[in-house]
Design a protein. Sequence first.
Length: 411
Amino acid sequence: MMIETEVCVVGAGPGGVSAAMFLAKMGISSVLVDKDVFPRDKICGDGISGWVLNIMNKLDPELNKKLALEPIQLNSWGARFVAPNFNQLDVPFKNEDAIQDGLPAGFVSKRMDFDYFLFKEARNNPLIKVLEGVSITEFKKENGFSLLQDNSGKVKIKSKLVIFANGALSRYSKLSGIKMEKRHYVAGIRTYYEGVSGMHEKNYIELHFLKELLPGYLWIFPLPNGKANVGLGMRSDKISKHKINLKEKLKEAIENVPYLKERFKNARIIEEAKGFGLPLGSKKRSLSGDHYMLVGDAASLIDPFTGEGIGNAMASGMYAAEHAKKCIEANDFSAAFMKKYDEYTYNKIWKELRLSKFMQDLLNFPWLFSWVVNKASANKTLRETISCMLTDLDVRNNLKKPSFYFKLLFD
């Protein structure tokens, strides 16, 4: 069958759904196509940040309230950072918009459940035609249109514009010259446990910066029904250099790091480790071309410090939808006109990505990270400052100033 549409969105994860739903909000119809049938698993840490909630609020203020009532999620109110010297720092999330609405500052939910939650919202929108189980294997331009086709040749889509949001392994990232670069890429593994003890009463997510993992970390994220997402991520160049096996590293940490060994002594693994890749936004790349744009992981927009990708995926989906509207109004889908999407997206998020890269580099000095955590543990003002750093770029930018550490040194 031949389907004609103004915009085709390839990939129905958070970035693709965001793009399709923001298009619909502007009255623009689209086709949303995904190779999988939902619900489907997505290997991830499962944290839903305040940045994600802010994007969802722009899409529809009722979405966050609806998610808060779902049994698929836990309310999360902060993050616990464990330094290389094993000292810990609990930092509450600051999200004034959420607090005003009586909502938590963040959620934790399995991606299988969260993505399906968003997917159903898109499927119920009359301006979005959803195609599941359709793998797009051909993309070409002809007579001013984009032509896409599935691997069977039975589904053909004709559109003015394509938004590729089909993840880190998207073959269409190569259209913009994006390739896997180990220094700008993280390899991770994720497992699920039940019975992990010592969770924070307010469901803080945990980032454990063990010295042998830097600049990566081990994470423990609480989930509903006493379960937990447990995983480990390291930069790929470090893995290659030291010939690291991530599954063995995770097992060693749980069995040999004293405080982790105690917390996992009665825990039971309920799903074996699965690997995944995270293309980091630690360098600028081309995000578009003739008749197409890239969003989310397909555009390599993952935060270099935290590894969080859902927020930037949904934000770039929103920016792509806004630019798609401009393209349709101007009837211009050229690569030159698309560059405005690149410029706008990086204007919005590059400052944060660059600062996160600086924070990642800071982890090359584990003694400094441990020192800051020690200071913050004993200083309420500093704890509040670090809390603000999670959401306020201007405050976080202090990390790049020598005066910040000078003040710490002299309390």
